[in-house]
Design a binder for this molecule. Structure first.
Ligand code: PEP
Ligand code: MN
Length: 360
């Protein structure tokens, strides 16, 4: 579907900050008072919180919209909150919320997105669309299309990373290539990074924000709380207004290359390669965890490590699959040989020093 977006962000980087959740009037106002003098562009706070599991704090609800109204009156900041259904949209509009956002757990569900889109028909308000929780570019595009079809043209995307099950240092793995592909398809769609939900921790927030800016993103959305450790949601990733100020001060703003249309510059390509290399290492780590389990199993059942048939099978399978992916036999052979060796070493460590080292 052809879409033309109206630019929404007047300055680069565009900065959205504020607590994960509105908790109390005092907490919301205190955060806003800490952020307003920094010249942020938009104040965020979650009023209705879509939590993965029941029993967690699910947001204060409509009463919090009044607190956001106070933020506007007192500080002049524009405000944004997450909406996930018709009632949220109507309430938010009633209280003069300036910008709405769709959360990752909403983008993933076309029924919910359509409900929000229907509620927005005839309303002229900017909408930020977070990526879906799963790495599915089509769902992300579909959500943007549904909002666009409701007549909204001030739309921007927020990249907040994707769920995963292998061990990584991210809360949600970035998979930068997905956001970059979205930008390639829709060059005039503005893109922000939500470094808080990608990182899930404080010490990597700067690194991820910087990387996004280096990839030509238009800005950041970061969770800020006056007392992060005591936050009712996402405590581990929130930072104080002061820490946020330091983070922004450290950001290196490089000039957009060419016409900011994400040309595959050397730098971008290198970023992608680094990211994939990180994923490869994570996969290898998971691979060795299984070797460890196999080692434990063999030890319990008194089975030798070396099983030549199995090794032959692994190799044959790898070479055949590699060929289909245009990887040479030589390359796949040496790669698997190295993995296999490490796997044997892992298993023999499990088996303890006095066992005879054989194979998987
Ligand atoms: C949030 O912004 O606090 C939030 C719930 O984010 P996400 O939808 O990205 O999980
Ligand atoms: Mn949050």
């Amino acid at each position: 579907m052809e879409m033309t977006f109206q630019p929404m962000f007047k300055k680069r980087p565009f900065i959205i900050a504020g607590p994960c959740s509105a908790e109390t009037e005092e907490q919301v106002l205190e955060t806003a008072r800490g952020l307003a003098p920094q010249g942020i562009d938009l104040f965020r706070a979650g009023i209705w919180k879509p939590r993965t599991r029941p029993g967690e704090f699910e947001g204060v609800g409509t009463i919090g919209l009044g607190w956001l109204k106070k933020v506007k009156e007192e500080t002049g900041l524009k405000v944004t909150t997450e909406v996930a259904n018709t009632q949220h949209v109507f309430e938010a509009l009633k209280y003069g919320i300036d910008v709405l956002w769709l959360g990752a757990r909403t983008t993933v569900n076309p029924f919910s997105v359509q409900e929000v889109a229907d509620a927005l028909k005839g309303v002229d308000i900017p909408v930020l669309v977070k990526n879906p929780v799963n790495p599915d570019l089509k769902l992300w595009i579909g959500a943007i299309e549904r909002i666009y079809k409701a007549g909204i043209t001030r739309i921007a995307a927020i990249h907040r990373g994707f769920s995963h099950h292998s061990p990584t240092s991210y809360r949600n793995v970035p998979r930068w290539e997905i956001a970059i592909e979205l930008k390639r398809i829709f060059p005039d769609l503005e893109m922000l990074v939500d470094n808080s939900h990608i990182c899930g921790r404080r010490d990597t927030l700067l690194e991820v924000a910087q990387k996004a800016l280096d990839l030509n993103y238009d800005g950041i959305m970061t969770e800020v709380h006056p007392n992060p450790d005591a936050a009712w949601s996402d405590a581990a990733q929130q930072i104080t207004p002061m820490q946020f100020q330091e983070l922004v001060a450290k950001l290196h703003i490089r000039q957009a290359t060419y016409d900011s249309s994400y040309l595959p510059t050397l730098e971008h390509l290198r970023h992608e390669i680094d990211e994939l290399d990180d994923e490869l290492l994570t996969l290898l780590q998971s691979r060795m965890k299984f070797s460890e389990q196999i080692g434990e199993y063999k030890k319990r059942n008194n089975i030798a490590i070396l099983q030549p048939d199995r090794w032959g099978e692994i190799l044959e399978r790898g070479v055949a699959k590699g060929k289909a992916k245009n990887l040479t036999e030589d390359f796949v052979y040496s790669l698997f040989k190295a993995i296999h060796e490490e796997s044997i070493n892992t298993q023999s460590r499990v088996m303890e020093a006095n066992e005879i080292v054989k194979e998987e």
